[in-house]
Design a protein around this ligand. Structure first.
Ligand code: 5GP
Length: 239
């Protein structure tokens, strides 16, 4: 497969056309950003750690019946994916109160959310990703009511699978953000699931194992990403 021209460059990934119809290459770059791009850095190997963890999760979810865009890895930071028509929604599943819901609502950080809470934001940096509700999503024609039902069902199933996998590694899945797209009439999981898009807490120490280490300068970001990537992917031996 040959990489062709750039289709899209986001804050941490670039997506390329290929010479194969319906297949794209995603490059996980070493760029890291936070606070709507207000904080930016390049951290060596970050792209590889995120690609490795994303590929691992996509394969695990795929084996467990979740439809994803993942096809294969070319090398440590280049992933072949099926082309999707992306839906500009950031679907966030929360198991524990942290981050923006603690800032915006009267939740105490660390409160268990059972059942999990799904929050859906509009993916639009220029508007700072405002929170949507079902009526707005349908009125904006971002997704049909039937698609929205499928998206929420898939998000909860993905949460259940990842929560259990991570719990077995001594990690609490606090929350995560995923994105979906259409392949024909099928709703597929796209984008990535990595330390950049999840909030992970060590069960014993409570230590952050994700991008909060970068956001709030809690320690050595790459040492954390390296350690957590090894911890997560070592669970493959058991599955
Ligand atoms: P919060 O709303 O608390 O800022 O984020 C909730 C969860 O979704 C966190 O795990 C966070 O990393 C993820 N998240 C929210 N917005 C984005 C985004 O624009 N990009 C990425 N990569 N993750 C996000």
């Amino acid at each position: 497969m040959k990489q062709k021209k750039l289709l899209y460059a986001g804050k941490a990934k670039s997506v390329y056309h290929t010479d194969v119809k319906g297949k794209l290459i995603v490059e996980f770059r070493d760029d890291i950003t936070a606070f709507d791009g207000g904080k930016k850095d390049v951290l060596k190997n970050k792209g590889s750690y995120n690609a490795e963890v994303s590929a691992f999760f996509f394969e695990y979810l795929g084996k467990n019946g979740v439809k994803t865009h993942f096809v294969s890895m070319i090398d440590s930071r280049h992933m072949v994916v099926r082309e999707l028509q992306m839906i500009p929604l950031e679907v966030i599943v929360r198991n524990v109160a942290a981050g923006s819901i603690v800032r915006n609502y009267p939740f105490k950080e660390g409160t268990k959310l059972d059942p999990p809470v799904i929050v859906i934001d509009y993916k639009d940096d220029s508007r700072h990703d405002p929170m949507l509700n079902d009526d707005l999503i349908v009125a904006l024609k971002l997704a049909t009511p039937a698609e929205l039902r499928k998206i929420k069902k898939a998000a909860l199933e993905i949460n259940r699978l990842l929560f259990d996998l991570l719990a077995a590694q001594g990690i609490t899945l606090v929350d995560f953000k995923i994105e979906f797209g259409r392949q024909g009439k099928t709703i597929c999981l796209g984008d990535e699931i990595s330390m950049d898009s999840m909030r992970l807490w060590d069960k014993k120490s409570g230590e952050s194992l994700d991008k909060d280490v970068y956001r709030f300068e809690k320690g050595d970001v790459m040492a954390t990403y390296n350690r957590v990537a090894q911890r997560i992917t070592s669970s493959s031996k058991k599955r």
